[in-house]
Design a protein around this ligand. Structure first.
Ligand SMILES: O=P(O)(O)OC[C@@]1(O)O[C@H](CO)[C@@H](O)[C@@H]1O
Length: 453
């Protein structure tokens, strides 16, 4: 078999060309809305500048507002081209430095590609890279994240669930070092489920939830019922792998900021507190990505927000939350928690290309006793975002990440939000389609899938 390329994945790619696919709906309906929200954010931020001129000179404010107008028109242009299914143009050079790489990929594999004809994974990543370019090429808005406001609001809407989770896990995490085997197994299973279902409230999918709706959705997602929606569940094998670990390196390839990140930090805290991990490497994105993905600024903001914002300081478990945050700070200061943001994670490449396209990242991951891949997009990239038969073994669908020499064990914790899946029992997909036609994309079903090379 020839080595797959972005234009020729191991099976036919998900693509906007298929009119009844989630890819088509995303490109034609969801992405324009996401762009409209970025426009709205920039308009509001620019408008607010004038009211806050104490922080910068009037000239700077004027210059920023003037430049914002140009940026708004560039964002509008992206939307225009997308909605008319125009050809994907080369990405203009900017400070992020990977435009040449992108353009080589487009030129080599998709010289005539349009938004809908190019594989979904590529055109969707392309949109976020274009948006980044608009800001990266600017003088005054280089560090602006057009999705930050949405990410921050989403965490604040999750305060009720944060409180419940602190109440549930504060003592378990504090005392993890002395827990017996049964208690450890139970805590781990619960925390994996929390981290898994934390992936359920997704800003690119559910952009307009208020605090009440968020709380009720999160309660549904962490309930017993939701666990019956885990349609492939390698949790027992995962515990067999994790239970004997001592002082190991564990990697978490993060997905969303806000509530999901909070859930991931709970899991990471347990890994350190229980002595399983000596160090946890968190992998964030280098640029704003898929609306809600974690960038460095989100990671830092989350720690501050949980400590300082009124919606958290007034929680009944706030003192316990602060104790937890103090410990998390000490994990960070002592290097037990490390945050990284390799540029590979924001390329359009499936992870089949990780060993060859990001060799130093791959060498680092090879040191890991377990790589935890969070969320839907990471899953799509693990399985090359193509139309596997759902009963294809998971390890087959991840290709080199299972077969490459020195490939570390990995687990995918993913709520299903795209029409791709592998590793289901024979007949399962058919049964699910009868029970719930939207099961692949509505975020109500999930997988915990392990590869142990
Ligand atoms: O990676 P996440 O946050 O779990 O999901 C990302 C997501 O919202 O974006 C894609 C479509 O826009 C889908 O694959 C998926 O639903």
């Amino acid at each position: 078999m020839q080595a797959p390329t972005p234009a020729a994945p191991p099976c036919p790619p998900l693509s906007g060309q298929h009119r009844n696919s989630f890819a088509f709906t995303t490109i034609t309906k969801r992405l324009p809305v996401i762009l409209a929200k970025a426009v709205d954010d920039l308009t509001r931020t620019s408008y607010a500048l004038g009211r806050d001129s104490a922080t910068s000179s009037d000239d700077t404010v004027q210059a920023k507002r003037e430049e914002a107008k140009q940026l708004l028109s560039q964002l509008g242009e992206i939307r225009y081209e997308l909605q008319r299914d125009r050809k994907l143009k080369p990405i203009a050079a900017d400070h992020d430095g990977d435009s040449e790489h992108w353009n080589r990929l487009l030129q080599t594999h998709f010289p005539d590609g349009t938004w809908l004809s190019t594989p979904w994974l590529v055109s969707e990543c392309y949109m976020y890279r274009l948006v980044r370019g608009v800001f990266a090429r600017s003088t005054h808005w280089r560090d602006h994240d057009p999705f930050a406001r949405q990410k921050q609001e989403a965490l604040q809407h999750s305060a009720t669930t944060v409180n419940a989770l602190v109440g549930r896990f504060h003592a378990i995490l504090r005392d993890a070092a002395t827990a017996d085997d049964h208690m450890s197994a139970t805590a781990f299973a619960e925390l994996v489920n929390v981290s898994l279902w934390g992936n359920g409230t997704d800003l690119s999918l559910l952009p307009n939830l208020n605090a009440e709706q968020t709380a009720s959705l999160q309660a549904a997602m962490t309930s017993e019922d939701a666990h019956h929606h885990t349609i492939a569940n390698d949790l027992p094998a995962l515990w067999e792998l994790v239970a004997p670990l001592r002082e190991a390196r564990i990697d978490i390839i993060l997905d969303n900021a806000g509530f999901e990140l909070f859930c991931d930090l709970l899991l990471a805290d347990w890994l350190v507190q229980s002595g399983r991990a000596r160090v946890v490497h968190f992998h964030a994105k280098q640029i704003p990505w898929f609306v809600s993905d974690v960038i460095r600024a989100d990671f830092d903001w989350t720690h501050r927000a949980l400590r300082e914002l009124e919606c958290f300081t007034t929680l009944s478990h706030h003192d316990d939350l602060v104790a937890m945050l103090d410990r998390w700070q000490s994990h960070l200061s002592a290097g037990r928690w490390l945050l990284e943001a390799d540029p590979f994670w924001t390329t359009p490449y499936a992870f089949w290309h990780l060993p060859s396209h990001a060799p130093s990242l791959w060498r680092a991951l090879q040191q890991s006793s377990l790589c935890i891949y969070k969320g839907d997009l990471n899953y799509r990239k693990l399985v090359y975002d193509c139309m596997w038969r759902p009963d294809t073994p998971f390890h087959e669908a991840i290709g080199p990440l299972h077969t490459a020499p020195g490939a570390p064990p990995l687990v995918a914790l993913r709520t299903c939000k795209a029409d791709v899946v592998a590793g289901l029992a024979a007949g399962k997909a058919e049964a699910l389609s009868l029970a719930c036609p939207e099961w692949m994309v509505n975020g109500e079903y999930a997988v915990i899938q392990l590869s142990k090379p």
